[in-house]
Design a binder for this molecule. Structure first.
Ligand code: IMP
Ligand code: MG
Length: 178
């Protein structure tokens, strides 16, 4: 399937499934080597990262755990505007090695807020693993430890990423054409 229509937009293939799987296993091997015997806790951010997280975990070769969290942003009472709430983290991360698993880093604001919330829980170390990054769009300084693919500033779908809830099931990554 080289191109596909989702709702009102057309998309064409950007990264085929085989390339994604090859790169995800390479990143998993790197993480396994870097965090050997550290029993890392992978923190997968729902919904977008669920497929990436599943493939990444199957490539890990050192004992580890995974948990799934969700981010909810709401307008706070303070003038600072949006506040982010982390939902679903039951584990005590104090002193632990945590690896955030994200689908995509765009402006970097979501990741920055997540890091802030996690730091309050005093983890030993926090690393970031993202499937995709749009480097042109980054508005804040952010050190990404593991990035599978850097992509241009285009809207993409598939392999877990959605267009208003659609298209997460697609096995490859597609970019909008018109
Ligand atoms: P940021 O806070 O600007 O870095 O936004 C990151 C979030 O925006 C991701 O977790 C995605 O949910 C969403 N996002 C950004 N770019 C895309 C895209 O091209 N396709 C689908 N979702 C995207
Ligand atoms: Mg996301």
């Amino acid at each position: 399937m080289q191109s596909i229509k989702v709702r009102d937009k057309n998309f064409s293939i950007l990264i085929p499934e085989e390339k994604i799987l090859e790169r995800v296993s390479a990143v998993a091997a790197q993480i396994s080597a870097d965090l050997k015997d550290k029993n890392p806790l992978f923190l997968a951010v729902l919904n977008g990262s669920f497929i990436f997280a599943a493939d990444l975990l199957r490539g890990i070769t050192t004992p580890c755990e995974i948990t799934f969290v969700r981010l909810a942003s709401y307008v706070g009472t303070e003038s600072t505007g949006k506040v982010m709430e982390l939902i679903g983290l039951k584990e005590d991360i104090k002193g632990r090695t945590v690896v955030i698993v994200e689908d995509i880093v765009d402006s970097g604001l979501t990741m920055t807020k997540l890091l802030k919330v996690l730091k309050e829980k005093e983890p030993g170390e926090v690393r970031i693993a993202t499937l995709l990054q749009k480097p042109e769009c980054l508005t804040v300084p952010l050190n990404i430890d593991y990035c599978c693919f850097e992509i241009p500033n285009q809207f993409i779908i598939g392999y877990g990423l959605d267009y208003d809830g659609d298209a997460r099931y697609l096995r490859s990554i597609y970019t909008v054409t018109d």
